[in-house]
Design a protein around this ligand. Sequence first.
Ligand code: KIV
Length: 271
Amino acid sequence: MSVHKNTRKVTTHVLAEMKMRGEKISMLTAYDFSMAKILDEAGIDVILVGDSASNVMAGYDTTLPITLNEMIYFASAVVRGTKRALVVVDMPFGTYQGNSKEALNSAIRIMKETGASAVKLEGGEVVKESIQRILSAGIPVMGHLGLTPQSINKFGTFVVRAREEEEAKALISDAHILDKIGCFSIVLEKIPAALAAKVSKEVRVPIIGIGAGHEVDGQVLVLHDMLGITNEFSPRFLRRYHNLFEEIKSAVTHYIQDVKSVEFPNDKEQY
Ligand code: KIV
């Protein structure tokens, strides 16, 4: 019997059960009430209020500028649109690194002010103390390893991570640390598929991949990318399910023409 189909509310325990049964986990990002409602009604398992909001909602080049207040605003809208999916909120850059007390305060604000069910943060060993402190308050934490966009200034590029043995070993070790200290799931971004498969087999918690192949426990994509609302970003791992940029543009062009030519509103569309 499918865990996905029989779940009224997705919890971290449901995801663990899905991994145990070999049932894949679906996850997408959302940043507003209306989109969250559509994703939830479609049956998505996890909605991530990603700090990719910094790119797709606010138009910045990186995820670094978005603030905790802005993430809270987006996340509370998503929670209002969600009944079934587990809502996870990204902790923005600068709210958890290097100071575990600040990390806990940031996570508590997210939980209290949004009603979400978990937080996500980037890194392994280096943020272990922050994660442990957040977990000690009963807040579920999702990890994120591989290409971690908040460290883009250190990496210098968005190329595939952990191709070299040393980095791959460090990633495996970090995944084990996150698993052991109690993260409920880990996102692996843009790493070789074979490495992701190995991690997924070795650790107990569900591994959600993005550009990490199919031998993991679930997949995540940025909603605006998979719907084709963004049109300049085309990494190999991205499957576009729609071309909404062109469709919306065409609808708006049509509307402009109708307004200019007084085709809209017609007699039936007025009082
Ligand atoms: O911010 C985000 O959207 C993410 C996903 C790419 C996993 O972290």
